[in-house]
Design a protein around this ligand. Structure first.
Ligand code: NAD
Length: 437
């Protein structure tokens, strides 16, 4: 909204306020999940309160020069949830719905995720409330660089290391790394992960999250005796996570029958040509262009309810809720996205015998290879793709097995088991460090 002063405010508007009223708050979901796990772990109430709280929250309002000569004010966030086990780690999201509670929830999930795969990171997250699809490349660069400057006091290779998330990519990471390096006066590769290879990025990082989703879904399929070959797979979100996961399923002989993005989905019960659909997404920023469809158009709501073997929600939070959970027909849900299922829906999925590979396990491949990238940057090492793939596969399989063992021993769903593992490790580390002074 331009008020004629040359300055434009990034105002929500009434429609968005209305929409927000109906929204399930992801922070409520994240806190409820901690309560469920804390009860199992019989955590001391003081300790439980400590690990529920975020350590630091920074909100910044900053100006950006737009292409038309106006100046627009954006709001950005960086939150460190917990750094007990290591520096904060977590992506940066560009989306109109980004707000403090969402970033806090995402930061909390990062803490548990790093702990589930047992890598020495804490949890953090960041984001800017913006509509990147309506911005030019130059505006995105200006916004990224100014946001980096604003949060520079909080990030750094020993403190907090951002990475890509929704609507951010290796190019955005390169701008962050460059801006931070200019501030410091020397190149600081380790300040972000998910960088382009030319700037100290790691082989295998771009594919890591989707690949991890595939590996854990494969382990789940083995557990319930479902052959991956011929399995019918539905993927919500054709971005970095969902797009890569779809390719792995396709290569393994599964039948990807539906894929979607924010504009809708495409469905063919005989199986889609995954490469053609993703190529279409790359060229037209959309999977439902008629020339590449090879199937019928469906909505995101319909896609989630399709009859399939493996459902891979890889877009945003709160997709499987009390409203649609009884209509879900998948045998396995492998959560590529963070927070796609609410606690109410979780309980019903468990009762219905649907096997859920929870986000903090299924999508932990990204943070795992981010850790490899950080280690290589700090030690100036260059690992081969084979080395990275072998290490990632080993960690994902081991973590899946550990979570499954807890789930069977405690007779709880996989999410509670993963939280028990992740929160248990953070609680133990907190006790060992003690409360200062
Ligand atoms: P991305 O921006 O690359 O892709 C997101 C995709 O989701 C896009 O295709 C977009 O069109 C689609 N989308 C957006 N809103 C949608 C909606 N309402 N319905 C259906 N599709 C929709 O983002 P990404 O990096 O693939 O992240 C996707 C999810 O995975 C997020 O929840 C993110 O937090 C999580 N995640 C990402 C990583 C990573 O390494 N990138 C790691 C762990 C978890």
């Amino acid at each position: 909204m331009n008020d004629g002063s040359g300055f434009t405010r990034n105002v929500d508007g009434r429609d968005r306020m209305e929409k927000k009223k109906d929204k399930i708050n992801p922070l409520d979901v994240a806190i409820k999940q901690v309560d469920i796990a804390a009860e199992r772990l019989k955590l001391d109430p003081g300790l439980c309160e400590k690990i529920k709280q975020t350590k630091r929250e920074l909100i910044v309002h900053f100006p950006v020069k737009m292409d038309d000569g106006s100046v627009k004010i954006f709001t950005g966030y960086r939150v460190q949830h917990n750094v007990t086990r290591g520096p904060g780690k977590g992506g940066i999201r560009y989306h109109p719905d980004v707000d403090l509670d969402e970033v806090k929830a995402l930061a909390m999930w990062m803490t548990w995720k790093a702990s589930v795969v047992n890598i020495p990171f804490g949890g953090a997250k960041g984001g800017v409330q913006c509509d990147p699809k309506s911005m030019s490349l130059r505006e995105l660069e200006n916004m990224t660089r100014r946001f980096t400057w604003e949060i520079a006091m909080m990030i750094g290779p020993d403190q907090d290391i951002p990475a890509p998330d929704v609507n951010t990519n290796p190019q955005v990471m390169a701008w962050i790394m460059d801006t931070y390096s200019i501030l410091k006066g020397y190149s600081v590769h380790g300040v972000v992960t998910g960088k382009p290879l030319e700037l100290g990025g790691s082989l295998g990082r771009f594919e890591a999250t989707g690949k991890g989703v595939f590996i854990t879904a494969q382990e789940a399929a083995r557990h319930i005796n479902l052959p991956i070959e011929g399995a019918r797979v539905v993927v919500q979100g054709a971005g970095n996570v969902g797009g890569i996961a779809a390719q792995y399923f396709d290569r393994a002989g599964a039948k990807v029958i539906a894929i979607s993005d924010s504009k809708g989905g495409v469905y063919n019960k005989k199986g889609l040509d995954v490469s053609a659909v993703l190529d279409c997404k790359k060229r037209y920023y959309c999977v439902i262009i008629p020339e590449a469809r090879g199937g019928e158009e469906i909505t995101n709501e319909e896609l989630l309810e399709l009859d399939c073997d493996i459902l891979v929600p890889s877009a945003l939070e709160n997709q499987i809720t009390h409203k649609n959970v009884r209509k879900i027909r998948a045998k396995i849900i492998a959560e590529g996205a963070n927070g796609p299922t609410t606690p109410e829906a979780d309980k019903i999925l468990y009762d219905r015998g649907i096997f859920v590979v929870p986000d903090i396990l299924a999508n932990a491949g990204g943070v795992t290879v981010s850790y490899f990238e950080w280690v290589q940057n700090l030690q100036e090492l260059l690992w081969s793709e084979e080395e990275i793939s072998e290490r990632l596969t080993r960690i994902m399989k081991r973590s899946f097995a550990e979570v499954l063992t807890i789930s069977q021993r405690e007779k709880v769903d996989m999410r509670t088991a993963a939280l028990v593992l992740g929160i248990g490790r953070v609680a133990e580390a907190t006790k060992l460090r003690g409360i200062y002074p």
